[in-house]
Write a protein that binds this ligand. Structure first.
Ligand SMILES: [Zn+2]
Length: 384
């Protein structure tokens, strides 16, 4: 249950929180057509509330299709509840029945937000060091490509730098944990992985079937994220990660964003969030956990984004060091997005940063073939 703010924490905790890089790997405020420049009483995220919550980087995920049943373990892909929402929020008729157009219009809305506010968009790894609040666009489910490889470039050009392979149903790229067949990567999906890595698009395995998680981890040469979810160790369920999956993600150098809602953590409270984070630390290590709120994702959370200092207080109260809490709040996400060389994943933070600075990011070379097209799209070469 959402306890409305303002939330009170000690001055010390608040100061620590606001001096720490805070990143949230997943929230859906763009979907609803709310004016995010304004502070709202409903929902969890808008720009004034992100600033109050001390957030440095918010991943804005873009939802493009939601099946009618929304079951957790066997959704078909042939129903779609979003036409009404896109119509009711006065978006162009092109978006009413077309997932890719829904993605593009939400990206447009994000660009408009950036023009009208102090929010900046992360398109290259250097953008992570911009001052103030930053946003990164992520696609929730690659069904929006409609099975077409050229749509990947189109979405990249629109600013998407993270993509979840699947959402609540199996698609042309991979099987979903909530789908009917729950298959692994398709041939098309296999062909996309190196393309995404070359472009610097972070792969998100949230919602992916266990077979798809395994396939991607076998192929990936860059760290992945599981942007929002939970772990079987504290909350069994079809979309939560097993210990073996957690260890494989650690091996890949990836980061798991812990969600704040019931299906992710069973106990949707500060205690429940902290328990899931501590479990990931126990199984995968301190370098592989982060925050993945799923704010505005049609879920009940115990606080909105202004309540994040409460979580910082609970993590410190659980006995974690300031350095470790910094990694959880955003340090791990910053490392992953700022340096994508998997070879360094095992180094500790200091050596990792040093090695990253010395070594050119391989994605630059791998992506060089695409440089002409990127120049056309007005995008720089310094990808992450
Ligand atoms: Zn989701």
């Amino acid at each position: 249950m959402l306890v409305p703010g303002p939330y009170t924490t000690s001055d010390k905790t608040r100061a620590f929180h606001h001096n720490t890089f805070v990143a949230d790997l997943h929230a859906d405020p763009l979907l609803w057509g709310r004016d995010l420049l304004e502070r709202h009483a409903r929902g969890h995220v808008d720009l004034p509330r992100l600033l109050d919550g001390g957030v440095d980087l918010q991943v804005f995920s873009v939802v493009t299709k939601v099946p009618r049943s929304r079951k957790y373990d066997n959704n078909r892909s042939d129903t779609d509840t979003l036409p009404l929402l896109f119509l009711a929020s006065w978006r162009s008729p092109a978006t009413w029945f077309n997932p890719k157009e829904r993605a593009l219009i939400q990206a447009d809305e994000m660009h408009r937000l950036v023009e009208q506010s102090s929010l900046s968009l992360v398109l290259r790894r250097g953008d992570l060091s911009n001052d103030g609040l930053k946003g990164l666009l992520s696609l929730e489910g690659m069904h929006a490509l409609g099975g077409r490889e050229d749509a990947l470039m189109e979405l990249y050009s629109a600013g998407f730098r993270m993509m979840g392979l699947v959402h609540q149903f199996d698609n042309e790229v991979a099987g979903s944990a909530h789908g009917i067949d729950k298959y692994g990567l398709t041939e098309f999906g296999r062909s996309l992985i190196p393309r995404m890595e070359a472009l610097g698009i972070t792969i998100d395995l949230a919602h992916a079937s266990p077979a798809a998680v395994e396939d991607v981890l076998g192929l990936a040469t860059k760290p992945v994220v599981v942007s929002h979810g939970g772990v079987q160790g504290t909350c069994p369920g079809p979309r939560n990660l097993s210990d073996a999956q957690l260890r494989s993600i650690a091996e890949n150098g990836g980061v798991v964003g812990i969600g704040y809602w019931k299906v992710a953590i069973c106990d949707a409270s500060l205690n429940g969030i902290v328990a899931a984070i501590l479990y990931v630390i126990k199984v995968a290590g301190i370098d592989h956990v982060g925050l993945g709120s799923d704010f505005d994702g049609n879920v009940a959370a115990p606080f909105d984004t202004t309540g994040l200092p409460l979580l910082t207080g609970s993590l410190l109260a659980a006995g974690l060091s300031g350095e470790d809490v910094g990694k959880i709040l955003g340090g791990n996400v910053k490392r992953l997005l700022g340096c994508r060389n998997r070879k360094f994943a095992k180094l500790d933070t200091k050596w990792f940063t040093f090695a990253c600075k010395l070594t050119p990011n391989p994605s630059r070379q791998a992506g060089s073939k695409l440089s002409a097209r990127n120049a056309q799209a007005g995008l720089g070469q310094e990808r992450y």
